[in-house]
Ligand binder design. Structure first.
Ligand code: PMP
Length: 766
């Protein structure tokens, strides 16, 4: 709204409040006027076009009253009722739309932001004040406080969609701030002590007089929130311009702690909350610029907020928390970062170099939660890569199920116990008939080994058909059926005589490229061709339902139906390896093979099954299981199917169901793929974006016509993403496919951040 003419102000004051005086407009965000009556009494008139309504005004009144009467020792702006006893006057001045007017007692003092630089005394006093305000507001109970608004520090992510209004070169700061907030503050806020808070203890609303904090303005943002949010907001603004903002903040924190002792989680939350508030502030400023770029009062803090964001994000969260806690004596770990060289040396002492490390600059992780892994400096990394922690790192329900069962019973499958029977029944219920007979083991490799034994025993043959570039595990036999290994570094360079390699059904390259059914059938017929050329009958055809190591391939429709027909006609069995891609990742279906309307004879499960706990399984038909039993040899895996593993496996199924993660994978995966495809118009390096659900590949090429693989560029991109704290990998025969296959709990916001980051990094690389 625009400033109101003096006559209109005078009319409001006399009609509604019986006041007469002069009015001068006050600086700041809002339309506020200082009213001085002839007797020298001072008031503040606040005008607004819209507002929170009667209940919220009553909440504001109650909060101000609570502080005024609590002995905090600072003046607050209390409201003056209208002549009719109301908290606001509705007016309709000529020429303007309807307005709401409120009059407050004038509070003397200079805004913190305009006063002389703060002394340690003043910082300590404001710390004590904020703590006392928390006590004063604690008894305030008001229905209207259970609200949210655009400055609500528990709902910062609601502002994320404004990021497109931020200058592109600055968006990554907002993204980093939001990622830290989302990973390190948001999930823990609900568990903190809550109360009504002021909600906007900024450098305009905190007034000082000399070295003293003298007053407090504007209760318009008060709401029920974690109590510590008031401290975080005060810290955000009151140390903006300090040479060392965190040390200055630490003085405030120490004084606060002396009055209202903080818990360790509250202190640890401060830094993520501060950067979250700064992100909130710059996002709202960006949106307001669209509404009225000339309203300078809206943008007074914006440049400072950006500067603060830049400075604070250069500090790691562990150091920040330790600095903020300096005066509290709380135990908050800091210490020096473990020197990478030393860690690498220790690794070298006890391990072989065959055990490789990811990234040019390896990361040291200390904990995980949901879609984030945290390094030793407290930075969250968005995990778009690990497909083992399927329902989120350290999912509390999975952890609890394992802990409970470990404390109750752990034994083996030679005894009867309910967990085994129940888990097998539940697992088989997800699979089509006739897949109903389970063998539990401890890893994908063990499961594939067993699958081969089953196929060989059942068919009496030993030869195996495998896809180009496939990987099925690390045992001797599995290396032999993994071209990824035997054709790769250190491999024999050729297949064993009993192994027959068939072309990868790659829709983007290869002899039958194309995504239509004809391509699927042509690739499927290649299997028939290889069978015909082999001099011995085959026991099995084995493939991943969605070849992952092969380069995040989605076989064209009709591929498996055609291939299976050839294999079965030749007397072989069809094994599908769902170790990487099962359990809802495909989005549209629980099992990736369902995408192709086929049913394998044997399905192999692993990785996501136990969310990180080592479980694998083979599920097959009764007939195949009977042949295996008839051969006479007992099957036993010491750990396979133990009650703890079964309890954990069931918890994973529970979480998948209760959190609708398959549907979530479909929604977020589609959003992510669409966003990445949009980037293709700007970035010629992206040759193809493919996938289903949260199984996604981005194939980088130097030339879209020749499809020359951009291998070095892919390595550069994943290392650059690592430095932006996002984890993905590369794969495919040319190592030029960016693999996305993270936990299913990745959100649309995470996906948006990833898309924006890839866009930014490719722009820089090109
Ligand atoms: N099959 C596939 C498709 C895999 O990706 C892997 C592991 N990367 C395995 C089997 C072997 O599983 P594990 O490492 O649990 O033995």
């Amino acid at each position: 709204m625009s400033p109101l003419p003096a006559a209109a102000i005078a009319a409001i004051l006399s009609d509604e409040y019986g006041l007469e005086g002069t009015a001068s407009r006050l600086p700041g965000e809002n339309e506020n006027y200082l009213i001085t009556t002839r007797q020298g009494a001072r008031f503040v008139l606040k005008l607004a076009t819209e507002g929170g309504g009667g209940d919220v005004l009553d909440l504001e009144r109650m909060a101000a009253e609570a502080i005024a009467t609590s002995g905090v020792g600072i003046a607050v702006s209390r409201i003056m009722p209208t002549r009719r006893g109301l908290l606001e006057a509705q007016c309709d001045p000529p020429g303007d739309g309807a307005l709401r007017a409120r009059v407050f007692e004038f509070v003397p003092g200079i805004p913190w932001g305009e006063a002389d630089p703060a002394t340690p005394q003043r910082r300590a006093q404001v710390g004590r004040c904020v703590a006392r305000i928390a006590y004063a507001l604690a008894p305030v109970a008001h229905g209207a406080s259970r609200r949210t608004h655009q400055w609500d520090l528990t709902a910062v992510t609601a502002q994320r969609d404004k990021i497109s209004l931020v200058a592109p070169e600055r968006r990554h700061l907002v993204d980093q701030a939001l990622a830290l907030y989302v990973a390190s503050a948001r999930p823990y806020l609900d568990a903190l002590p809550h109360s009504v808070i002021h909600g906007d203890l900024n450098d305009e609303n905190v007034l000082v007089s000399g070295d003293r904090v003298s007053g407090l303005l504007d209760f318009g943002d008060c709401l029920y929130n974690p109590t510590v949010c008031d401290l975080a907001i005060a810290l955000t603004y009151l140390v903006f311009d300090e040479p060392d903002p965190l040390e200055a903040a630490a003085e405030i924190v120490a004084a606060y702690h002396g009055i209202r002792p903080l818990s360790v989680p509250e202190v640890e939350m401060l830094f993520p909350l501060i950067v979250g508030r700064l992100a909130n502030s710059v996002l709202i400023a960006a949106a307001r610029r669209r509404i009225d770029p000339d309203r300078t009062s809206w943008f007074v803090t914006e440049p400072r907020a950006w500067r603060a964001l830049e400075r604070l994000l250069a500090i790691d969260p562990v150091t920040a928390a330790a600095t903020l806690a300096t005066g509290t004596r709380l135990k908050i770990g800091a210490g020096q970062p473990a020197p990478r060289a030393l860690l690498l040396e220790r690794r070298r002492q006890h391990f072989s170099d065959a055990l490789s490390l990811t990234y040019r600059e390896p990361v040291r992780f200390v904990r995980g939660r949901a879609q984030f892994l945290f390094d030793d400096r407290g930075w969250p990394y968005l995990d778009l890569y690990n497909n083992v922690c399927h329902v989120g790192h350290c999912h509390p329900r999975v952890v609890a199920a394992g802990q409970r069962q470990m404390a109750r019973l752990n034994t083996n499958t030679r005894y009867l116990y309910d967990e085994l029977l129940e888990y097998a029944a539940r697992l088989c219920a997800t699979l089509p008939e006739p897949l109903a007979c389970c063998f539990f083991v401890n890893s994908g490799s063990e499961a594939n080994e067993l699958a081969l034994r089953l196929a060989r025993t059942h068919t009496g043959h030993s030869d195996v058909l495998v896809l180009e570039n496939a990987y099925h595990g690390h045992t001797s036999t599995l290396i032999d059926i993994s071209p990824y290994k035997f054709m790769g570094k250190g491999g024999a360079g050729h297949a064993k005589p009993w192994v027959h390699v068939v072309p990868m059904p790659d829709g983007y390259r290869g002899p039958h490229k194309g995504t239509e059914r004809a391509a699927g059938i042509a690739y499927g017929d290649e299997v028939g061709r290889v069978i015909a050329a082999a001099d011995r009958p085959v026991a099995a055809f084995i493939a991943e339902s969605l070849p992952s190591c092969g380069g995040q391939i989605v076989p064209p429709e009709g591929y498996f139906a055609t291939a299976f027909r050839h294999v079965r006609e030749a007397g072989g069995l069809c094994i599908l390896d769902e170790v990487q891609v099962g359990f809802g990742r495909a989005g549209s279906h629980f099992w990736a093979f369902e995408l192709q309307q086929v049913v394998p004879d044997i399905v192999v499960l692993g990785k996501p099954m136990g969310n990180g706990h080592p479980i694998g399984a083979v599920v097959t038909t009764r007939a195949i299981a009977n042949s295996f039993a008839a051969a006479g040899m007992e099957f036993f895996s010491t750990f396979g199917g133990n009650p703890v593993s079964c309890a954990i496996g069931m918890a994973v199924l529970d979480v998948l169901r209760d959190e609708s993660l398959q549907q979530h994978a479909l929604d977020v995966g589609t959003f992510l793929r669409d966003g990445l495809r949009d980037l293709m118009s700007r970035h010629p390096l992206i040759g193809d974006v493919r996938g289903t659900g949260l199984f996604i590949g981005i194939e980088l090429v130097r030339d879209r016509d020749t499809r020359e693989p951009a291998t070095a560029e892919a390595a550069t991109l994943i290392n650059a993403l690592r430095s932006r704290r996002m984890l993905v990998g590369t794969d495919g025969p040319f190592e030029n496919v960016i693999k996305i296959k993270g936990p299913l709990v990745v959100t649309e916001d995470d996906a948006a951040m990833f898309i924006a980051t890839v866009d930014d990094l490719l722009t820089r690389m090109e």
